[in-house]
Design a protein around this ligand. Sequence first.
Ligand SMILES: [Zn+2]
Ligand SMILES: [Zn+2]
Ligand SMILES: [Zn+2]
Ligand SMILES: [Zn+2]
Ligand SMILES: [Zn+2]
Length: 218
Amino acid sequence: MKYSLEFTSNFIHPQHKLKFEYTEFPFWCDGCKEIGIGSKYKCSTCNYHFHKHCALPCASFVHPFYTKCCFQFLERPPGLVERYCNACLKRVSGFMYHCSSCGFDVHPCCANLPMVLDDGELKLELRSKMSAVCYTCGKKGIGIGWSYRSTCKKYNLHVACVKGMLVEARHDLYNCEGGTVKISSDTGIDEFKKLDTGLPSLKAILHNFHKNSMRMHT
Ligand SMILES: [Zn+2]
Ligand SMILES: [Zn+2]
Ligand SMILES: [Zn+2]
Ligand SMILES: [Zn+2]
Ligand SMILES: [Zn+2]
């Protein structure tokens, strides 16, 4: 996906220009209503914030997990019943991709999840089902929803747990004093690209979250 500093999206917000911004604070996307961090597009007139992939959606796309589906981009869920994302199992209330023939729904951020998360030490692969207890939240999620599984098979994680974890970990990473990431106004666009795909140590995050959820259970 390309980065442009300013553009008008005839698709999602034709009224005003959207400006690229980089934020180290989590924000709620006015498109898909999900949390985001890092690259975003902002309309200063309406004070709207959009994920990069929500500001630049594809009209339709095919996902490798559902090759028979043709997902269409919609600004809101169709019909009157509540709809849930096939990937993270959370409610869909804004921008979404919908397959009209089988009724599958996916959040734009779930549709754009990387197939592999690799920090050089641990490799997590995206899978179309969950086959064990989630290492992060300790809950079962067998069969339904997507998951990330480490190649060593030790870690099974709900997609929703990974999404939340990464936002928090990135937030900590940007904010820790003397941390690896420094953001200033003259940080180049290539730098942002690196930040968006760069990962904090997955093992460290996993252990942190594992400890926290264990503490909550006792
Ligand atoms: Zn969004
Ligand atoms: Zn606007
Ligand atoms: Zn389908
Ligand atoms: Zn989702
Ligand atoms: Zn979980």
